[in-house]
Design a protein around this ligand. Structure first.
Ligand code: UDX
Length: 474
């Protein structure tokens, strides 16, 4: 099918490349001239595993072309809108880019178009789009509007697109439903060449869930907010573990064995980041607020996440006492491994805080340094983890890149000023690094002093209260 994708960010570019990979004739547009120029010249504007290879192959096969929005509107019968919906200062999603695209479609389409929102949008955006297309349409064409939220994760986007757990489609007409079924048929039937796995044999068919557009839009915000809540929950459990000397890894393992809870998204650390969770939680709170529902639970999720950096800085301070003048090696800048994305990455807030306190930072990240430099030009960026560790008073692990497990610890031990590792992602083996003489501090696994006595509840401890009373009167 002739398909257009508007917006070549992580979602749009992956969607365009993968739709071409499964056999469609795809046109992808990008409004940023520099980015478009790169794409038209075979260069990647972002790092995402497997994506470059897929793009090269489908471009060579003539199934993927890059160009302008106008050309995209002309090309596709189905148009996926994948433009950004960044947060406004009040937490609402900024829908101006979506509105602009809808207006252009209404004015320029030369036939029927199925307009599919893939960008994360507030509930009822679909009905707004429908109205907008009707109001601005200068021709007699009709439109369908569908919601098809994406659940792909940066770092495994290609894999997630081609092997999804579920495909959610929100439609209001059978025509839209049939077109979307046709678009996703190769994925639903496992009938495509997988660029990720050599002998790909999907074990189970992905589930196709058809709903109305409002419900599909809500599924996306509710899913991301729920996952964010899981992370904040385990981060609070980690705080508790640090005080009472329990091991959060074991607690998470024990919880995750219950199939109703599940093991994923229970890794504690310095908080969630990226361009989805922080803005989606914020937007969901606002959506609820505007609908008269007080989703205070999510405000706590957000608050707990914001406190992660201050908590981590306190951990560093406890180890180093004074931060002014300390040399810190920061390993990892991206908001998570396998991406170069630093948007809302905990590393940004952490570095700013540490610099404010007078520490100097030498940072290394395998992919994200170019993007980090744009926001934090004053940091000294290093060629590898060793250069960062040279003369360091502490090594801070901020992103769990696999290569940090493979470093030569003997070499690191010989060049660091102090053998101290503060692991904000619990990624290293305590046994291995302590063997090399490092003091190892991680999240939710206190390495400090005896446990504090939990504060007893007077109602649950009547005997103690009574005996204290006796002592007082004696
Ligand atoms: C997320 C959703 O997972 C995806 O479905 C949606 O389409 C887009 O948003 P992404 O932002 O790429 O994807 O990253 P994800 O892997 O979900 O991680 C988000 C953040 O949570 C990262 O900062 C990560 O480090 C953090 N995280 C994740 C934790 O701190 N602990 C965990 O257990 C899991």
């Amino acid at each position: 099918m002739k398909i257009s994708v508007i917006g070549a960010g992580y979602v749009g570019l992956t969607t365009a490349a993968c739709l071409a990979q499964i056999g469609h004739d795809v046109f992808c547009s990008e409004s940023d001239a520099e980015k478009l120029n790169k794409l038209q010249n075979g260069l990647m504007p972002l790092f995402e595993p497997h994506l470059e290879k897929v793009i090269q192959q489908v471009r060579a096969a003539g199934r993927l072309t890059f160009g302008t929005t106008d050309q995209a509107i002309e090309h596709g019968k189905a148009i996926f809108i994948c433009v950004g919906t960044p947060p406004l200062p009040n937490g609402d999603a900024d829908l101006s880019a979506i509105e602009r695209v809808a207006r252009s479609i209404a004015k320029q389409a030369t036939g029927y178009r199925l307009v599919i929102e893939k960008s994360t949008v507030p509930v009822q955006t679909g009905s707004q789009l429908r109205k907008h297309l009707a109001v601005h349409g200068t021709n007699a064409w009709d439109y369908d509007v569908a919601s098809n939220p994406e659940f792909l994760r940066e770092g495994s986007a290609v894999e997630d697109f081609l092997h999804p757990d579920r495909i959610v489609i929100g439609v209001e007409s059978t025509r839209a439903a049939e077109l979307l079924r046709e678009i996703y048929a190769p994925i639903l039937k496992g009938n495509f060449t997988c660029p990720v796995h050599a002998d790909c044999k999907p074990t189970k068919e992905p589930l196709l869930l058809m709903t109305d557009t409002n419900s599909a839009e809500l599924i996306k915000h509710a899913s991301n907010s729920f996952l964010a809540m899981k992370i904040s929950f385990i981060n609070m459990v980690a705080n508790l573990c640090e005080v009472v000397r329990a091991d959060v890894t074991k607690v998470a393992e024990g919880m995750g064995l219950d199939p109703r809870i599940g093991p994923s998204f229970l890794n504690p650390g310095i908080g969630f980041g990226g361009f989805c969770f922080p803005k989606d939680v914020q937007a969901f709170i606002r959506i609820a607020e505007k609908s008269g529902c007080d989703f205070s639970l999510l405000r706590e999720v957000e608050k707990i996440n914001q406190e992660r950096i201050a908590h981590f800085v306190e951990t560093i301070r406890r180890e180093l006492w004074v931060l002014r003048g300390k040399k810190l090696a920061l390993w990892g800048l991206a908001f998570k491994p396998n991406t170069d994305d630093v948007r809302f990455a905990p590393s940004i807030a952490l570095i700013s805080k540490l610099m404010e306190e007078g520490a100097t930072i030498k940072a290394y990240d395998p992919e994200a340094m170019e993007k980090a430099r744009e926001v934090l030009p004053e940091v000294h960026y290093c060629a590898d983890p060793y250069e960062a560790a040279e003369g360091a008073d502490a090594i801070l692990i901020v992103t769990e890149w696999a290569e940090f497990r493979e470093v030569n610890w003997t070499r690191v031990a010989s060049i660091a000023e102090h053998r101290l590792i503060i692991d904000g992602r619990n990624m290293l083996s305590a046994k291995e690094v302590t063997c090399h003489g490092f003091h190892y501090v991680s999240v939710g696994r206190s390495s400090h002093g005896p446990a504090k006595e939990p504060v007893r509840d007077a109602v649950r401890q009547p005997e103690k209260a009574e005996s204290e009373q006796v002592n007082l009167t004696a």
